[in-house]
Design a binder for this molecule. Structure first.
Ligand SMILES: Nc1ncnc2c1ncn2[C@@H]1O[C@H](COP(=O)(O)OP(=O)(O)O)[C@@H](O)[C@H]1O
Ligand SMILES: [Mg+2]
Length: 384
């Protein structure tokens, strides 16, 4: 006999009110849940549509406790938050998913790598660096990638060094260094694992980055990889989430080397930029799936309904202020274009302001339209 549920089904407490939170709130409404969002920015993208927003920082222990009082389950849309308070709340009996332990492991890129290594999950060779020295880097061997242990995102906190001359650009913080992977492709697999232990994966997607920038430039679903590589990537992604004992949705970023070997790059313990297309292109999107997972509901089908391409809409360089959309009509006239704007009051250079998913029966055509979209639409700032 299945149990009866109240309506609303659950009160979700969400730390972080950015675009990922906004899309999660939308899914929560659809699934019959209410949401309280904690974010320092009043009227945050998620707060605008949530039942309630608590205006507070991600490390404000008192207000995180207030969030817990107002919620049946706590979750988050970013890693740089107060894991200690979440651990205390768990001990007091609050549901927190993913768990504080998983969050702590992933918050620190060094312990994250160690977890991969300890569980036999393929990843590049690495070493811990307390304070960077030229001789340690040289001893490890170039080319290498230095990563700050904490606080990095969208490529901030990552420095790629090809030769000893690049040591001048090192980050002067506790770090890890890892072997540079000569990747043929970067892919990501989303894995959802529920409180009941049910696990599903989404088809691998291909992430394309622009040279010199580490923000995702274009996403293609499905990835242009062989069925063997697809199967291997899904297997590694599931093993990774199981090794963590993770509950919720996880974005597992991977490299496909030129010799076909698949290596895990990093894990996001949350919904992921590489899964935005699932809103239109898959039966169950990543946001609803995350909620199903943390509420112990049956997981939904991850089946793809259509090939898709996705581009982030980033704030134009050198423009800051009230957003203005250029090229909007031309872009909306392209068949298969699905526009998402995040409700940010101010644009800034390279800030994530929205995204566009393009559905097309043919992935090459979706990609061509995505390039056209990117060249046509621009989010700038109004002239003062
Ligand atoms: N070991 C590596 N070898 C080659 N490229 C790397 C390596 N590590 C990171 N990169 C590049 O830098 C990007 C950002 O690094 P990542 O660890 O994913 O940090 P972030 O948290 O900023 O996403 C990756 O998507 C990849 O393009
Ligand atoms: Mg990354």
């Amino acid at each position: 006999m299945s149990k009866d549920y109240p309506y609303p089904i659950a009160r979700i407490g969400l730390i972080g009110g950015g675009q990922l939170g906004r899309m999660l709130v939308r899914a929560a409404k659809q699934l019959g849940c209410t949401t309280t969002v904690l974010d320092p920015v009043p009227d945050s993208p998620a707060g605008q549509i949530a039942t309630r927003q608590i205006v507070a920082g991600y490390h404000d222990a008192d207000q995180i406790r207030e969030l817990a009082r107002a919620s049946d389950v706590l979750t988050f849309e970013l890693e740089n938050i107060d894991a200690e308070t979440l651990a205390e709340l768990e001990r007091e009996g609050h549901a927190v998913h993913p768990s504080a332990a998983v969050l702590k492991t992933i918050q620190d890129k060094l312990t994250q790598k160690q977890c991969l290594q300890d569980n036999g999950i393929p990843t590049s060779r690495f070493a811990a660096v307390e304070s960077p020295t030229e001789s340690q880097f040289a001893g490890f061997g170039y080319p290498l990638v230095q990563k700050a242990r904490r606080g990095g995102y969208d490529g901030r906190g990552v420095s790629i060094m090809h030769s000893p001359a690049d040591f001048a650009q090192h980050l002067p913080v506790p770090s890890l260094i890892e072997e540079f992977v000569d990747a043929d492709k970067e892919i990501a697999v989303l894995v959802a694992r529920s409180t009941r232990g049910e696990v599903v994966t989404y088809p691998a997607v291909e992430m394309c980055f622009r040279a010199g920038e580490n923000v995702l430039d274009l996403l293609l679903a499905p990835a242009g990889i062989s069925p063997q590589t697809q199967a291997r990537a899904e297997q590694i992604a599931v093993e990774t989430v199981q090794a963590l004992d993770g509950v919720g949705i996880f974005g597992v970023e991977m490299f496909v080397r030129r010799d076909g070997e698949v290596l895990v790059n990093e894990i996001a313990p949350r919904t992921h930029n590489s899964g935005h297309h699932t809103i239109e292109a898959n039966i169950t999107d990543q946001f609803e799936q995350h909620l199903r997972a943390i509420l112990g509901l049956p997981l939904g089908s991850t089946e793809a309904l259509s090939p898709a391409a996705m581009v982030n809409l980033l704030g134009a360089p050198n423009e800051q202020g009230r957003p203005v959309l250029r090229g909007l009509e031309e872009v909306l006239a392209i068949p298969g274009v699905c526009l998402h704007l995040y409700g940010k009051a101010v644009t800034a250079p390279f800030r994530k302001m929205g995204h566009i998913t393009i559905l097309d029966h043919d992935i090459a055509s979706a990609r061509a339209k995505a390039n056209q979209v990117r060249d046509t639409i621009e989010i700038g700032a109004e002239n003062e």
